[in-house]
Design a protein around this ligand. Structure first.
Ligand code: COI
Length: 327
Protein backbone atom coordinates (compact mmCIF):
# COMPACT_ATOMS: atom_id res chain seq x y z
CA UNK A 1 0.00 0.00 0.00
CA UNK A 2 1.00 3.61 -0.53
CA UNK A 3 0.55 6.52 1.87
CA UNK A 4 1.13 10.20 1.15
CA UNK A 5 2.24 12.40 4.05
CA UNK A 6 1.73 16.16 3.83
CA UNK A 7 3.01 19.08 5.95
CA UNK A 8 6.06 16.97 6.73
CA UNK A 9 8.88 18.69 8.60
CA UNK A 10 12.52 17.62 8.35
CA UNK A 11 12.51 16.46 11.96
CA UNK A 12 9.73 13.96 11.19
CA UNK A 13 11.63 12.27 8.36
CA UNK A 14 13.62 9.80 10.45
CA UNK A 15 10.45 8.52 12.12
CA UNK A 16 8.64 8.29 8.79
CA UNK A 17 11.53 6.28 7.35
CA UNK A 18 11.49 3.89 10.34
CA UNK A 19 7.77 3.20 10.23
CA UNK A 20 7.82 2.84 6.45
CA UNK A 21 10.44 0.10 6.73
CA UNK A 22 8.71 -1.53 9.69
CA UNK A 23 5.39 -1.88 7.84
CA UNK A 24 6.97 -2.38 4.43
CA UNK A 25 4.83 0.24 2.73
CA UNK A 26 5.38 2.90 0.09
CA UNK A 27 5.49 6.41 1.49
CA UNK A 28 5.68 9.79 -0.22
CA UNK A 29 6.45 12.80 1.97
CA UNK A 30 5.75 16.42 1.04
CA UNK A 31 6.36 19.60 3.02
CA UNK A 32 3.35 21.32 1.42
CA UNK A 33 -0.19 21.26 2.72
CA UNK A 34 -2.63 19.07 0.82
CA UNK A 35 -5.05 21.46 -0.88
CA UNK A 36 -7.42 21.42 -3.86
CA UNK A 37 -4.53 22.73 -5.98
CA UNK A 38 -2.27 19.75 -5.45
CA UNK A 39 -4.93 17.12 -4.69
CA UNK A 40 -3.84 14.95 -7.62
CA UNK A 41 -0.70 14.06 -5.70
CA UNK A 42 -2.80 11.54 -3.74
CA UNK A 43 -3.62 9.49 -6.85
CA UNK A 44 -2.54 5.90 -6.33
CA UNK A 45 -2.46 6.26 -2.54
CA UNK A 46 -4.57 4.32 -0.09
CA UNK A 47 -4.14 6.75 2.74
CA UNK A 48 -3.10 10.31 3.50
CA UNK A 49 -1.72 11.95 6.64
CA UNK A 50 -1.85 15.69 7.37
CA UNK A 51 -0.92 18.00 10.24
CA UNK A 52 -3.92 20.27 10.73
CA UNK A 53 -3.05 23.49 8.93
CA UNK A 54 -5.83 23.15 6.36
CA UNK A 55 -9.57 22.46 6.54
CA UNK A 56 -10.75 19.09 5.29
CA UNK A 57 -14.40 19.80 4.62
CA UNK A 58 -16.84 18.33 2.11
CA UNK A 59 -14.98 19.44 -1.02
CA UNK A 60 -11.63 18.02 0.08
CA UNK A 61 -13.14 14.78 1.38
CA UNK A 62 -15.08 14.26 -1.86
CA UNK A 63 -11.90 14.97 -3.81
CA UNK A 64 -9.99 12.39 -1.77
CA UNK A 65 -12.69 9.81 -2.33
CA UNK A 66 -12.83 10.50 -6.06
CA UNK A 67 -9.11 9.75 -6.17
CA UNK A 68 -9.53 6.49 -4.27
CA UNK A 69 -8.29 7.63 -0.85
CA UNK A 70 -10.41 6.13 1.92
CA UNK A 71 -8.04 6.55 4.89
CA UNK A 72 -7.05 9.87 6.45
CA UNK A 73 -4.92 10.30 9.56
CA UNK A 74 -4.27 13.61 11.24
CA UNK A 75 -0.96 13.69 13.09
CA UNK A 76 -2.64 15.73 15.81
CA UNK A 77 -4.78 15.13 18.86
CA UNK A 78 -7.26 17.84 17.84
CA UNK A 79 -9.38 17.10 14.77
CA UNK A 80 -11.49 20.24 14.43
CA UNK A 81 -10.00 20.74 10.93
CA UNK A 82 -11.78 17.64 9.58
CA UNK A 83 -15.51 17.29 8.95
CA UNK A 84 -15.82 13.95 10.74
CA UNK A 85 -19.58 13.70 10.26
CA UNK A 86 -19.20 14.08 6.50
CA UNK A 87 -16.27 11.64 6.40
CA UNK A 88 -18.53 9.10 8.14
CA UNK A 89 -21.31 9.78 5.66
CA UNK A 90 -19.11 9.20 2.61
CA UNK A 91 -17.17 6.29 4.07
CA UNK A 92 -13.76 7.85 4.60
CA UNK A 93 -12.05 6.39 7.65
CA UNK A 94 -10.36 9.04 9.75
CA UNK A 95 -8.12 8.69 12.79
CA UNK A 96 -6.16 11.05 14.99
CA UNK A 97 -3.13 10.31 17.16
CA UNK A 98 -2.41 10.24 20.86
CA UNK A 99 0.80 11.45 22.42
CA UNK A 100 1.85 11.88 26.02
CA UNK A 101 0.31 14.94 27.71
CA UNK A 102 3.50 15.96 29.51
CA UNK A 103 4.97 18.10 26.74
CA UNK A 104 1.93 20.39 26.61
CA UNK A 105 1.45 20.25 30.40
CA UNK A 106 5.05 21.31 31.07
CA UNK A 107 4.80 24.07 28.49
CA UNK A 108 1.63 25.34 30.16
CA UNK A 109 3.44 25.70 33.48
CA UNK A 110 6.23 27.57 31.71
CA UNK A 111 3.67 29.95 30.16
CA UNK A 112 2.00 30.57 33.53
CA UNK A 113 5.33 31.37 35.20
CA UNK A 114 6.55 33.54 32.32
CA UNK A 115 3.35 35.59 32.61
CA UNK A 116 3.38 35.82 36.41
CA UNK A 117 7.04 36.91 36.49
CA UNK A 118 6.85 39.43 33.64
CA UNK A 119 9.47 37.53 31.73
CA UNK A 120 8.88 39.15 28.35
CA UNK A 121 9.67 42.76 29.35
CA UNK A 122 12.48 41.47 31.58
CA UNK A 123 14.03 39.72 28.57
CA UNK A 124 13.62 42.80 26.38
CA UNK A 125 15.42 44.89 28.97
CA UNK A 126 18.37 42.60 29.55
CA UNK A 127 18.94 42.41 25.79
CA UNK A 128 19.80 46.12 25.89
CA UNK A 129 21.72 46.12 29.19
CA UNK A 130 18.75 47.48 31.13
CA UNK A 131 18.82 45.59 34.41
CA UNK A 132 16.24 47.72 36.21
CA UNK A 133 13.44 46.12 38.24
CA UNK A 134 10.72 48.75 38.01
CA UNK A 135 7.42 47.29 36.86
CA UNK A 136 8.67 43.71 36.90
CA UNK A 137 7.40 42.63 40.31
CA UNK A 138 5.68 39.27 40.01
CA UNK A 139 3.17 37.14 41.88
CA UNK A 140 3.74 33.78 43.60
CA UNK A 141 1.68 30.79 42.53
CA UNK A 142 1.16 29.63 46.11
CA UNK A 143 -0.98 32.74 46.75
CA UNK A 144 -3.15 32.27 43.70
CA UNK A 145 -6.17 30.32 42.51
CA UNK A 146 -5.68 28.55 39.21
CA UNK A 147 -8.59 27.30 37.10
CA UNK A 148 -8.21 24.51 34.57
CA UNK A 149 -10.86 24.38 31.85
CA UNK A 150 -10.92 20.88 30.41
CA UNK A 151 -9.70 17.98 32.52
CA UNK A 152 -8.82 15.35 29.94
CA UNK A 153 -5.33 13.90 29.75
CA UNK A 154 -3.61 17.26 29.28
CA UNK A 155 -5.72 19.16 31.82
CA UNK A 156 -5.04 16.44 34.38
CA UNK A 157 -1.30 16.51 33.70
CA UNK A 158 -1.35 20.29 34.19
CA UNK A 159 -3.17 19.82 37.51
CA UNK A 160 -0.56 17.27 38.56
CA UNK A 161 2.26 19.67 37.69
CA UNK A 162 0.54 22.49 39.54
CA UNK A 163 -0.05 20.38 42.63
CA UNK A 164 3.55 20.99 43.70
CA UNK A 165 3.17 24.78 43.71
CA UNK A 166 0.73 25.07 46.61
CA UNK A 167 -1.88 27.07 44.70
CA UNK A 168 -5.63 26.54 45.06
CA UNK A 169 -6.85 24.48 42.13
CA UNK A 170 -10.30 24.71 40.56
CA UNK A 171 -11.48 22.79 37.54
CA UNK A 172 -14.31 22.81 35.04
CA UNK A 173 -15.36 20.22 32.50
CA UNK A 174 -18.63 18.79 31.24
CA UNK A 175 -17.25 15.38 32.21
CA UNK A 176 -15.75 15.26 35.67
CA UNK A 177 -12.92 12.83 36.12
CA UNK A 178 -11.83 11.03 39.30
CA UNK A 179 -8.10 11.75 38.90
CA UNK A 180 -8.79 15.48 38.62
CA UNK A 181 -11.09 15.39 41.66
CA UNK A 182 -8.16 14.32 43.80
CA UNK A 183 -6.21 17.44 42.84
CA UNK A 184 -8.82 20.12 42.23
CA UNK A 185 -12.33 21.16 43.14
CA UNK A 186 -14.82 21.04 40.26
CA UNK A 187 -16.86 24.24 40.03
CA UNK A 188 -19.01 25.93 37.40
CA UNK A 189 -17.64 28.37 34.84
CA UNK A 190 -18.99 31.38 36.70
CA UNK A 191 -16.97 30.41 39.78
CA UNK A 192 -13.84 29.88 37.68
CA UNK A 193 -14.23 33.35 36.18
CA UNK A 194 -15.01 34.99 39.53
CA UNK A 195 -12.30 33.36 41.65
CA UNK A 196 -9.32 32.47 39.49
CA UNK A 197 -6.15 34.52 39.08
CA UNK A 198 -4.93 32.21 36.35
CA UNK A 199 -7.16 30.36 33.86
CA UNK A 200 -5.73 27.78 31.49
CA UNK A 201 -7.68 26.14 28.65
CA UNK A 202 -7.29 22.46 27.78
CA UNK A 203 -10.48 21.64 25.91
CA UNK A 204 -11.14 20.55 22.35
CA UNK A 205 -12.49 23.07 19.85
CA UNK A 206 -16.09 22.36 18.93
CA UNK A 207 -19.39 24.22 18.63
CA UNK A 208 -19.80 24.47 22.40
CA UNK A 209 -16.26 25.72 23.11
CA UNK A 210 -15.80 28.09 20.14
CA UNK A 211 -15.14 31.62 21.50
CA UNK A 212 -15.71 30.43 25.06
CA UNK A 213 -13.48 33.27 26.18
CA UNK A 214 -15.10 36.40 24.82
CA UNK A 215 -15.99 39.88 26.06
CA UNK A 216 -18.77 38.56 28.31
CA UNK A 217 -16.53 35.95 29.94
CA UNK A 218 -13.67 38.42 30.40
CA UNK A 219 -16.06 40.87 32.06
CA UNK A 220 -16.74 38.26 34.77
CA UNK A 221 -13.05 37.62 35.50
CA UNK A 222 -10.85 39.09 38.21
CA UNK A 223 -8.78 42.16 37.41
CA UNK A 224 -5.33 41.19 36.17
CA UNK A 225 -6.40 37.67 35.29
CA UNK A 226 -3.74 35.63 33.49
CA UNK A 227 -5.15 33.63 30.58
CA UNK A 228 -3.26 30.70 29.08
CA UNK A 229 -4.12 28.91 25.85
CA UNK A 230 -2.05 25.95 24.71
CA UNK A 231 -5.04 24.26 23.08
CA UNK A 232 -6.84 25.92 20.15
CA UNK A 233 -6.84 29.58 19.15
CA UNK A 234 -10.56 29.76 18.43
CA UNK A 235 -11.41 29.00 22.06
CA UNK A 236 -10.67 32.69 22.62
CA UNK A 237 -12.08 35.53 20.52
CA UNK A 238 -9.05 37.51 19.46
CA UNK A 239 -10.85 40.86 19.18
CA UNK A 240 -12.06 40.52 22.76
CA UNK A 241 -8.58 39.58 23.96
CA UNK A 242 -7.25 42.71 22.29
CA UNK A 243 -9.88 44.79 24.07
CA UNK A 244 -9.12 43.11 27.40
CA UNK A 245 -5.41 43.90 27.02
CA UNK A 246 -5.99 47.46 25.79
CA UNK A 247 -8.35 48.21 28.68
CA UNK A 248 -5.97 46.49 31.15
CA UNK A 249 -8.68 44.06 32.32
CA UNK A 250 -6.39 41.14 31.46
CA UNK A 251 -3.11 41.00 33.40
CA UNK A 252 -1.28 38.78 30.92
CA UNK A 253 -1.83 36.36 28.07
CA UNK A 254 0.24 33.24 27.48
CA UNK A 255 -0.82 32.04 24.04
CA UNK A 256 0.69 29.12 22.20
CA UNK A 257 -2.13 29.48 19.70
CA UNK A 258 -4.34 32.27 18.45
CA UNK A 259 -7.47 32.58 16.38
CA UNK A 260 -6.73 32.79 12.61
CA UNK A 261 -3.39 30.99 12.97
CA UNK A 262 -4.27 28.30 10.43
CA UNK A 263 -1.76 28.38 7.59
CA UNK A 264 0.41 30.81 9.54
CA UNK A 265 1.96 28.91 12.42
CA UNK A 266 5.01 26.78 11.67
CA UNK A 267 5.67 28.97 8.61
CA UNK A 268 8.38 31.58 8.19
CA UNK A 269 6.41 34.76 7.41
CA UNK A 270 9.11 37.34 8.16
CA UNK A 271 8.13 39.40 5.14
CA UNK A 272 4.38 38.95 5.42
CA UNK A 273 2.81 41.00 8.19
CA UNK A 274 -0.63 41.42 6.64
CA UNK A 275 -1.63 37.77 6.93
CA UNK A 276 -1.43 37.82 10.72
CA UNK A 277 -2.66 41.32 11.44
CA UNK A 278 -4.50 40.89 14.79
CA UNK A 279 -1.85 38.46 15.98
CA UNK A 280 0.92 40.91 15.12
CA UNK A 281 -0.85 43.73 16.99
CA UNK A 282 -1.67 41.69 20.09
CA UNK A 283 1.75 40.17 20.54
CA UNK A 284 3.45 43.57 20.68
CA UNK A 285 2.21 44.09 24.23
CA UNK A 286 4.78 43.34 26.94
CA UNK A 287 2.22 41.24 28.82
CA UNK A 288 1.34 39.05 25.83
CA UNK A 289 3.53 36.03 25.23
CA UNK A 290 2.87 34.33 21.92
CA UNK A 291 4.59 31.21 20.64
CA UNK A 292 4.21 29.28 17.41
CA UNK A 293 1.87 26.46 18.51
CA UNK A 294 4.78 24.44 19.78
CA UNK A 295 3.64 23.18 23.18
CA UNK A 296 3.33 19.70 21.64
CA UNK A 297 6.79 19.83 20.09
CA UNK A 298 9.01 17.32 21.89
CA UNK A 299 11.00 14.36 20.61
CA UNK A 300 8.67 11.74 22.06
CA UNK A 301 5.50 13.51 20.91
CA UNK A 302 6.74 13.84 17.32
CA UNK A 303 7.58 10.14 17.23
CA UNK A 304 4.08 9.26 18.50
CA UNK A 305 2.49 11.57 15.94
CA UNK A 306 4.33 10.05 12.98
CA UNK A 307 4.03 6.44 14.12
CA UNK A 308 0.41 6.88 15.23
CA UNK A 309 -0.69 8.30 11.89
CA UNK A 310 0.90 5.63 9.69
CA UNK A 311 0.04 2.76 12.03
CA UNK A 312 -3.51 4.13 12.23
CA UNK A 313 -3.99 4.16 8.46
CA UNK A 314 -2.41 0.72 8.16
CA UNK A 315 -4.62 -0.79 10.88
CA UNK A 316 -7.83 0.75 9.49
CA UNK A 317 -6.90 -0.52 6.02
CA UNK A 318 -6.42 -3.98 7.51
CA UNK A 319 -9.95 -3.67 8.93
CA UNK A 320 -8.81 -3.55 12.55
CA UNK A 321 -10.63 -1.52 15.17
CA UNK A 322 -8.39 1.18 16.61
CA UNK A 323 -8.87 3.42 19.60
CA UNK A 324 -8.19 6.63 17.68
CA UNK A 325 -10.66 5.97 14.87
CA UNK A 326 -13.02 8.92 14.45
CA UNK A 327 -15.10 7.74 11.50
C1 COI B 1 -2.54 18.71 18.36
O1 COI B 1 -1.96 17.63 18.37
O2 COI B 1 -3.77 18.79 18.45
C2 COI B 1 -1.74 19.95 18.23
O3 COI B 1 -2.17 20.96 18.69
C3 COI B 1 -0.43 19.87 17.53
C4 COI B 1 -0.21 20.78 16.34
C5 COI B 1 0.78 20.16 15.38
C6 COI B 1 -1.43 21.23 15.61
Amino acid sequence: MKIAAFEVRKDEMENFQEIKEKLNIELECASEMLTMENIDRVKGCTGVTVLGQYQYGKEMLDALKERGVYYLATRTVGYNHIDIAYAKQVGIHVCNVTYGPNGVADYTIMMILLCLRNYKPALWRTQVNDFSLEGLQGRELKDLTVGILGTGRIGCAVLKNLSGFGCRLLAYDVWENEAAKEMAEYVDLETIYRECDVISLHMPLNDSTYHLIDKEAIKKMKDDVVLINCARGELMKIQDLIEGIEKKRIGALGLDCMEYEEGIVHQNLKVDIISNREMAYLRQFPNVIHTQHMAFYTDVAVRSMVYGSIEGIYAMWKGKEIQNQLS
